[in-house]
Design a binder for this molecule. Sequence first.
Ligand code: NAP
Length: 362
Amino acid sequence: MKKLKIGILGATGMVGQNYIKLLQNHPWFEIIDVAASPRSAGKRFKEAVKTKWQMAIPIPEVIENLIVRDVQDFDSISSNLDFVFSAINMPTKDQIKEVEFEYAQRGIPVVSNNSAHRWTPDVPMIIPEINHNHIEIIPLQQKNRGFSKGFVLVKPNCSLQSYLTPIYALEREGYKIDKLIITTLQAVSGAGYPGVAFLDIVDNIVPYIRGEEEKTEKEPLKILGKIGEKGIINDDSIQISSTCTRVPVSDGHTACVNLKFKDKKPIKDEIIKIWKEFKSIPQELGLPFAPKQPILYLEHIDRPQPKKDRDNDKGMAITVGRLREDNIFDFKFVALSHNTIRGAAGGAILNAELLVVKGFIK
Ligand code: NAP
């Protein structure tokens, strides 16, 4: 297959750099364009990124001399570009919305990490193992907005990636969830670069991340929602309450989850069996970035741990452990996902692969 030519909007940032690392040798995609703020525009990538390069590999040779484009210099978009990944930070969400729709208007599909369009009803927000069918609203978005072949698809926030797939796996087997209480312990890389100041996080926990609890509580409802005439109709059957904290971990978001079922309640062994056997469309289609087993359950009493488990299956697997009965709800468990891979660049790459196989990116 001839490789699709792609661009990274926000290539110099934390998530942008992860795209560059993860897409080396990707069988379907090849980076031909890097774009960032006007501060970086016009410079060679290696000069724009300088000491901000955080990956444990050197900048790939094919990337280091690419000239960085200004994200908003729309006239300089290459006509060869097949689609872009978006990981830009801008002063306001409205600016990001405008930029992403402008690319879509110009015929370029956008797979985005940003939260700006997550609540736009005709923009699908997808975890491919859960709501892959929501890509079917793309034609509605194109009709609503007069896009020919462009569109915007978003992936959800990194804080919910660890627990939502295990929860969905139980729902899919008919065990409906009533209530969830979630406490996250989120890595520093989730704050971008330079992120949280060293003196704020070393020997410390910061019990507040702006906007994160709202995202953790509300985004699952869109992901678990249904396709309606005007877009996605949110699920209203689960109640979620969350506390989100920042901890001195480099990569890997952990979530401690207490859950209550509605009526039918499985036994512990049944839950573990459901998680271990869970597979979905990305695995059936053999997508290159799909983890073989999306949910890994570890029996060890002290796992999962970020340092030991975040890289499971290229950082794309969710690692779960410590399932036990709860004194107040039904069960509790601990879940972990790699925030800049499964929760950001890797999750978006998996979405793009799904879009290619389903014919939305040609
Ligand atoms: P980051 O490290 O701060 O990088 C931001 C990127 O946006 C850089 O390439 C920067 O370019 C560019 N940028 C800044 N201001 C701009 C402007 N006015 N116009 C155009 N480009 C501009 O942030 P990040 O952590 O990579 O996050 C990027 C996005 O992904 C955010 O929306 C974030 O919420 C989301 N996200 C992050 C994570 C994570 O784990 N880090 C996970 C999921 C989602 P310059 O280098 O030129 O300034």
